[in-house]
Design a protein around this ligand. Sequence first.
Ligand code: NPG
Length: 369
Amino acid sequence: MRIERIELRHVKLVLVAPFVTSMGVETDEEHIIVRVDADGVTGWGESVVEGTPFYSYETTETAWHILRDFLIPAVLGKEISSVADAIALGARVRGHMMAKAGLESALWDAFAKAQGVSLSRLLGGTRERIDVGVSIGIQPSPADLVKKVTGYLEEGYRRIKIKIAPGSDLEYVRAVRREYPDILFQVDANSAYELGDVEIFRAMDGYGLLLIEQPLSHDDIYDHSKLQRELKTPICLDESIHSVADARAALELKSCRVINIKPGRVGGFTESRLIHDLCASQHIPVWHGGMLESGIGRAGNVALASLPNFTLPGDISASKRYYRQDIVEPAFEVARDGTMAVPTGPGIGVQVVPERLEKVTVRRQEFCV
Ligand code: NPG
């Protein structure tokens, strides 16, 4: 197909409630929506950057720059026969995985629509429904957290993840476990600890956690292997994994026993699938992470999470858990059994609502041949 037009929209989506993590407080998400028009179809993608460089070095500004000045000029007006062709055209750009993923995911949507198949089908998905979980930010007290957990369990979520940080960790884990001894329960530190904090994690070993996510530095693989040796609970890496090569290193070093896959963190669905396949070949479970996406990014996440080795519930919650009104129809919902339906229509399988998209757009730029 020939890439005729690309549009970027910097959007600002206000969260229904502030999200508190070891990295700070988030009240809104500033993502970039990418629209690609080619051969009569329109593909949509979402770059899950943020206004701040606290989770990743990428920000809305850096991704806009990389897309506008390098990635879009590399593909605009070009005839491509696969997403792989487009990736090859932009391969000279090092890093900037979130910028790359925004464009790459829009192209996957366009190719799926051109073939009249769902994105799930095109990616190799095998499930009609996926298991989903919820990620809960740091609460003012353990009692507040237990109340939140109760609410989400009542809504149907089958797996609870809580954010932890030094000073807001063991007490919170203990409180949830005391109330709910049997739920699937995991913690996410977002790199807030050091190897010297091993005692905290040894103590956590007694609480039957599904996994401990990214306890150590965002760019570390080696120290995680030392920590994993000390623990029964699997470590799961998130921030440290940007490619299938990183995943291979982490598995060889035994730095983790589970991997969180976020297309945005690894440059898109193509690299995500390579990580998925590598992990499957080594019997390492993966699950789908979340970056508080709008319905556009969420639709892609749901499609990817329908692949067979996504055996643990993902951070893919109902649209209403994030935003009062999503920019797509229909909104994503969680059933009482903790599952979410995988869209079956062409491409991402949800419709972008133009007026809603316009309302959240703070900057727009169009690129034509
Ligand atoms: O449900 O989309 C969601 C949020 C999942 O906790 C979540 N994301 O570190 O994985 C993470 C965390 C995050 C949120 C990271 C916002 C960066 C920004």
